[in-house]
Design a protein around this ligand. Sequence first.
Ligand SMILES: [Zn+2]
Length: 272
Amino acid sequence: MHRSVSIGVDIGGTKTIAAAVDSDGQVLSHRFVPTPTTSTDDLIEAVVAVVDLARAATPHASLAPESVVPVGIGVAGLIDGNGGRVLVAPHLPLDGVDLARRLGERLGRVDAVYNDATAAAWAEWKFGAAQGAANTVVLTVGTGLGGGIVMAGQLVVGQRGLAGEFGHRVHVPDGRDCACGSHGCWERYASGTALTLQARDAINHGAQSSLVREFADQPEQLRGEDVTRHAMAGDALAIGLLAAIGEELGRGLRDVIAMLDPAVVVVGGGVS
Ligand SMILES: [Zn+2]
């Protein structure tokens, strides 16, 4: 029997993932490719290719032959809530690109284009950790800090599709510069990028630590995963760096909870 199958695509700063899912949210197959970050055309081709790969990997019994499968897209960027156009994507060659139209022409059917954290909020509420909680906030802690909101069982996108961009609330007045053009944004203090920055700072100050010893000669090679690895091995500095990120996350989250009073807060993303 052919089940109702959709394909979800996550266009991230480093990789693009496509997953075929059924109407119960079960993942039937998934594939990923590196995200081309310099050419819009290359990125469009990569999305088409990874959707084809995920579709080809889906059990035949689930898909009607030659059927057009609905596709939903999540993008690491700010999306015009009305039209599926990317407004700004700091890590992708998609500024101003009408992604719904470009991909719709190639894939036959694109039903939704959302900011990745907004899409994550809907998925967590529908199928994941916040299932059944009508008022939910999702934070995605990765390279940046994204957010999404479900209130009264409805996805909240806001007037321009920018609701839930918590990462750009001012966390430290006149603080660190942010790619958004502002200063002191929360994501500059609570994200994978913040973790890496603070670890490199510790290296430059010559702190006593296995993490510092490994990267003393090449601090630019250090990644967030390295901090986690040393923390798991008991390095006090690495543990302290992760704890500091957690503390900044908690400080900001207090404001989010005060404003939205969610029943559930889901914290996800690579750094979580
Ligand atoms: Zn910002």
